[in-house]
Design a protein around this ligand. Structure first.
Ligand code: DAV
Length: 368
């Protein structure tokens, strides 16, 4: 038993420094959670997945809910995640990993059942650190209902050491949440109850931005506003993405005043007036690379280690050249096998400790 676990409520005085402290996407990174694909399974099919998953994946998903993801590819991807953890450690950053979880086990509520879970690979989707608080997202996909559980030992440890712990209201995920096939509404989820994935938010000090998506509704955004309180402002931004699910392959904030954007999806917001905006070069992934969950644009899903340093996929040469020319040091890491399962460096990490406090970086109209 570590000293931390021997006292049920640990040191919540903050005397040892904040256990979590992360206000931006770019302040110098001190501690990070890196996800794991161990035991990952195919998601259990639900019609709402059609809005965001590549059409080529639908038949595979339909037939394989709860069964293991392709083994060789998965092993190669897990090795990439282990290597990422080593690279970050070598950069002087403390790395935490989730517990092994039994994602293949079916589960049910009184209203529905799922053939299994998914994985603990993408802590960015289920969790967000805002200042000294960890928020657990009410995820919209039924198979992701227990996804944050693999991170609970870490969350409890952060809480014992002074972090605030804000789990969103447990969603019911009944049929009322999902738009029917014949419903002309734009989004897969209705306003039945608050839902969001944490990866639809990005942090800019006292300001956060969020996109409405197929997994994030207005009710969820309102809940986040209320949970964070008046010290933070949450701004909804428009994006041009018919398949919107997670803002981090549309906008990447690399430093104060420097935004990397998807050339097609980014819609200019006056919040970024005065910022330099770099459209990301197209991804280099071969067309026949298996992509079960997302588009190759996770190439721009980079992780900032500080305002001058970015972790980038080794084979994304045009992006590495563009970022280098923009003044960044690029830490090149292989992650293509992980791409196949839905994300890259930003998705697979949760930056629990960064230096710095709450600043103001966005051009916020007065009165909002
Ligand atoms: O481009 O398919 C990826 C988002 C990753 N969480 C895309 C969005």
């Amino acid at each position: 038993m570590t000293s931390d676990e021997s006292r049920p409520f640990g040191d919540r005085s903050g005397a040892a420094g904040p256990a979590v402290n992360s206000y931006t996407e770019w302040d110098p990174l001190r501690e990070v959670v890196v996800g794991s694909l161990l035991g990952a399974v195919f998601p259990t099919w639900h019609d709402s997945l059609e809005h965001t998953m590549p059409e080529s994946a639908w038949p595979v998903f339909r037939g394989h809910g709860g069964s293991p993801l392709p083994e060789r590819h998965l092993k190669a991807a897990e090795a990439e995640l282990d290597n990422l953890a080593e690279v970050l450690t070598a950069e002087g950053i403390r790395v935490r990993r989730p517990d092994a979880a039994r994602h293949h086990r079916p589960f049910r509520t009184p209203e529905w059942e799922s053939d299994g879970g998914l994985y603990a690979a993408m802590p960015r989707d289920s969790l967000i650190v805002v200042g000294d608080a960890i928020v657990e997202a009410p995820m919209a996909w039924r198979c992701r209902y227990h996804e944050a559980d693999a991170f609970r030992p870490l969350i409890k440890s952060y809480f014992r050491r002074g972090a605030r712990w804000l789990p969103a209201p447990r969603p019911q995920l009944t049929d009322e949440l999902y738009r029917g096939a014949h419903d002309p509404g734009r989004w897969a989820v209705t306003e039945f109850e608050p839902v969001f994935d944490a990866a639809d938010f990005l942090r800019f000090g006292r300001d956060l931005i969020v996109q409405r998506s197929h997994v994030t509704n207005e009710f969820g955004i309102d809940w986040m506003r209320s949970a964070l309180g008046p010290e933070f402002a949450v701004h909804t931004v428009e994006t041009d993405d018919a398949h919107a699910m997670h803002i981090d392959a549309t906008i990447a904030a690399l430093a104060p005043g420097k935004l990397l954007v998807h050339p097609g999806r980014y819609v200019h917001s006056e919040l970024f007036d005065g910022w330099e905006i770099l459209p990301a070069p197209p991804p280099t992934l071969p067309a026949d690379w298996p992509m079960y969950f997302c588009s190759p644009w996770v190439s721009m899903n980079v992780l900032s280690l500080d305002p001058e340093t970015v972790v980038v996929e080794r084979q994304e040469r045009p992006l590495i050249e563009a970022l280098t020319a923009w003044g960044f040091r690029c830490v090149e890491v292989d992650l293509r096998h992980v791409y196949s399962f839905g994300g890259s460096f930003h998705c697979v990490t949760l930056d629990t400790v960064r230096e710095g406090g709450p600043g103001r970086y966005l051009s916020v109209p007065s009165g909002s």
